[in-house]
Design a protein around this ligand. Structure first.
Ligand code: HEC
Length: 195
């Protein structure tokens, strides 16, 4: 009887060991899949040009490079810009941008590239679904106002679900940067009157 009991204990231990092993295998597989998604997301973000507009730049004699300390943190809110020169309407020169290419003035008003890092001032509260809906619908947060130029969401709308999820996984893996990007400005009345 004693022997039978201890055998039972041993087999329970073996069984629970197997369960723990299977669970940790599954966890490892999940984190390996996550790592692959983040790597693919980094690749897609690079070739899709997201940094061109969403990362502030460093200017030096050697040329313009990405400010890697503020990767994808959007238009730097601390940098005050003078009012945009009035431009609008067909037949006129169309668009001006700041030197970081993070602020853009055109017939739509002034738009500022969003903070894509996982800070509360960025995408911290976004789910993969919010992101996919925003990229597919061209609506702020997937259901709000239209996303303004020059954000080329209509190109990214054609990415597969897996690719969009990978881009989002990469963005979520970035170091969070606190930067509350200003809300867009409507076209100046003077500009609109010149149409
Ligand atoms: C040519 C410039 C440009 C490029 C390239 C660009 N963006 Fe944007 N993006 C912007 C601007 C400007 C805004 C702000 C638009 C607004 O306020 O309506 C924006 C807004 C966003 C938003 C916020 C959408 C929302 O719901 O308000 C997300 C998310 C985003 N971009 C992701 C990306 C990703 C991911 C890439 C690359 C795959 C990318 N952007 C490439 C300029 C750009």
């Amino acid at each position: 009887m004693l022997l039978a009991r201890s055998n039972y204990r041993v087999s329970t231990m073996v069984l629970s060991g197997a369960v723990v092993g299977a669970l940790s295998c599954a966890a490892n597989a999940a984190s390996a899949a996550e790592t692959l998604a983040v790597q693919r997301g980094a690749y897609l973000v690079t070739i899709s040009g997201c940094n061109d507009c969403h990362t502030p730049k460093v200017f030096s004699a050697g040329g313009t490079t990405l400010d890697t300390g503020r990767l994808l943190s959007g238009h730097p809110a601390t940098e005050q810009l003078p009012p945009a020169p009035g431009i609008a309407g067909s037949g006129n020169w169309g668009i001006v941008a700041n030197q970081h290419l993070t602020a853009w003035a055109g017939p739509w008003g002034v738009s500022y590239a969003a903070n894509l890092t996982p800070d509360a001032s960025g995408l911290a509260n976004w789910t993969p679904e919010t992101f996919m809906q925003a990229m597919r619908s061209g609506k702020h947060l997937g259901n709000g106002r239209p996303i303004l130029p020059p954000m080329p969401w209509f190109n990214y709308a054609t990415m597969s679900d897996d690719d969009l999820r990978a881009v989002f996984a990469y963005l979520k893996s970035l170091p969070p940067v606190r930067n509350a990007v200003p809300t867009p400005l409507p076209p100046a009345p003077r500009t609109a009157a010149r149409r």
